[in-house]
Write a protein that binds this ligand. Sequence first.
Ligand SMILES: C[S@@+](CC[C@H](N)C(=O)[O-])C[C@H]1O[C@@H](n2cnc3c(N)ncnc32)[C@H](O)[C@@H]1O
Length: 341
Amino acid sequence: MTPHYSVLLPEILNFAKLIPGVDDPGAEKIILVDGTLGDAGHSTALAQLHPGALILGLDQDPEMLGRAQTFIELKNIPHKRISAQKEEINSLKEFSGIAGMLCPFGKLAGLLKSAGMEAHFILLDLGVSQHHFLTAGRGFSFQDDSLDMRMDPELPVDAAEILNTFEAETLEGIFRELGEERFAGRIARLIVKHRPIQSSRQLATIVRQALPGRPSSQDRPRTSIHPATRIFQALRIYVNRELEELDTALEGLPGCLTAGGLLAVISFHSLEDRRVKQTFQRIGEKEKKKSPEKAYRIRPESGLEFTILTPHPLTASDREIYENPASRSAKLRVLQKKHRK
Ligand SMILES: C[S@@+](CC[C@H](N)C(=O)[O-])C[C@H]1O[C@@H](n2cnc3c(N)ncnc32)[C@H](O)[C@@H]1O
């Protein structure tokens, strides 16, 4: 098994070096949180950087937690109600290493607060893993016989139910809003006409048929991107309530940082990045640079509790994009809670 290629890894590690108290032997225990454990690539590198730290690794997909265990030594926090997980987390305060937990990151702030814990570093690397696309039977790829797309198998609605039961207008709205698909109406109507839709392969074929002209026409210039990408993205976001989860996390997580602690979010499309950017701009001020020509506008006496360390999002280098084309759309934004005066 080949692990997932961890996006923007050197950049994440550079920010993780800013964690307060790492060089102070008398400092409190370092607590790092990876809200999207996946194949644990980021977590493993963070554990190497800060060997004495507790790393809480969350994933909402039980299959991914099982996979992570094949790459790293993972202390398992049993899947229980949040109130019981809180007890488990409390018992980890002396543990150093990675502890894996089945939990959506939207519940993370509540969990940390109820355990009375503040984090020095929180990472969200959004979306699905390459493993989801490469695995048959999950419905994430264009070639699959299945049509599920749930990361958490207990989520109430899967992609097949949406495609086979929702009104054409509702499907159109989902494709337009979450996929930013220009031909949403045409695609929705053709889906309804071809019901029942039973596989992601069938869905990809219908989308192709619904698009005007040949892939090389002016409407849809030839690119290496599959023509059904936007529709698959929209369905996946809807099924997994990805934007609601992100909103909840962005609302609660800044309040879970210790003084000097950092929140790093890697997003892969504009719907996510806009949310991260707007939240950071609402609660943080841009970092003060010493040289006047590089000075960012600071809200004077803003009283804001956070600093935005990335006035512009960081993106993958040409080399990283060459090695892992999926990194081309990644954007990293980082927020830091101010140090105590
Ligand atoms: C892009 S991968 C993370 C890869 C990881 N950073 C690494 O280096 O291997 C995203 C992971 O987050 C999980 N995930 C997505 N949304 C989640 C959520 N709301 N809560 C918890 N896990 C989530 C997915 O199941 C997937 O395993």
